[in-house]
Design a protein around this ligand. Sequence first.
Ligand SMILES: *Cc1c(COP(=O)(O)O)cnc(C)c1O
Length: 385
Amino acid sequence: MVRHSSRIELSQSSLVKNINFIRKKIGPDVRISSVVKANAYGHGIAQFVKMAEKAGVDHFATASAFEAEEVLAAKSEKGGIMIMGILYDQDIEWAIENDIEFFVFNYARLPLAMEVAKGLGKRAMVHIEVETGANRTGMNAKEFPKTLTFLKKNAAHVEFKGLCTHFGGAESFANQFKITSQHKRYKDFLRECKQKGIMPEYRHIACSAAALAMPDTVYDMVRIGVAQYGFWPSPDIYYTHLQETGKPSDGALKRIFNWKTDVMDVRDIDPGEFIGYGTSYQATQKMKVAVMPLGYSNGYPRALSNRGHVLIHGKKAPIVGLINMNLFMVDVSHIPGVEVGDEVVLVGRQKNNTINISSFTNVTQLINNEMLSRLPAAIPRKIVK
Ligand SMILES: *Cc1c(COP(=O)(O)O)cnc(C)c1O
């Protein structure tokens, strides 16, 4: 197979550290559902699922049935899968057949799931998602009593696997008013379950931010996305952690992701010459530039034109000119001995220097999650130590 223009390396040891850190926060008895939507936040579902299983994770959450299909292909026998978002009627049979759990946020889905389950001679495993204030998906309180009645009556065909909700912005202190109210409404739903004498196997409401900073939101399961990839959900959550531990700083969460390419060409530029398209960069002195074999079509943000930098020989090389569709140039005048084929770090560490994905945010307005999740699936991902 021919070589791709860049590659992503994923650190197994960093993931193990992240999972252990999260595990310490939530305690030994809570199940972690690893959220791998958006191609595992850009890390690559196929590779990440294998890594997470090695780190002790045995449950995965996706946004869609087609992502669940990728997890199904990658996971081992014991791993569970849960679809939190889109599952079309026509795919319910596939889900039940493959023991895939799914969120239900409308009553109408229940009789449908039951019919399919009966036909297959299997049980549908449903998580009832309730509306508590995010007003995204979630069953409203009016439909809830008949839902419980249905689940009680048809337990042979439809298993009440979970009762869940999702916080709209748990990572920010400014939202605490809303989060507290959401949690209170969730407890009302739970109380109703108790009164009806039917309880879910898993109660789950916490995402990364809630699991790390709000222990009272941690029930039987947590749905962990961003934190397992080594990112604090927000400064609020990071500083809460420091305050709790009394540490001045903490590298407890480790980025597991490194994005690399190699020098495609090296060339000398005379004063007065322009670099690349247009006139956005004109050399004012003799300089040496290195050509990078990727561009915005490969996930490298165009907004970094004339502003970002890469690492070569452990030194920062500033981007000169525009990011093209499949190429960009960097200034290496100050780095001796740069040659074709030298390793280039786009995101991650090289010798004593690091480029954080969050540094892109300042320039591009892309938040970490958006930047990561947009990385093309075609970039090869490789697991390293
Ligand atoms: C994305 C998502 C999560 C994970 O959120 P993080 O903040 O990345 O941990 C959890 N639950 C639901 C419903 C989600 O959509």
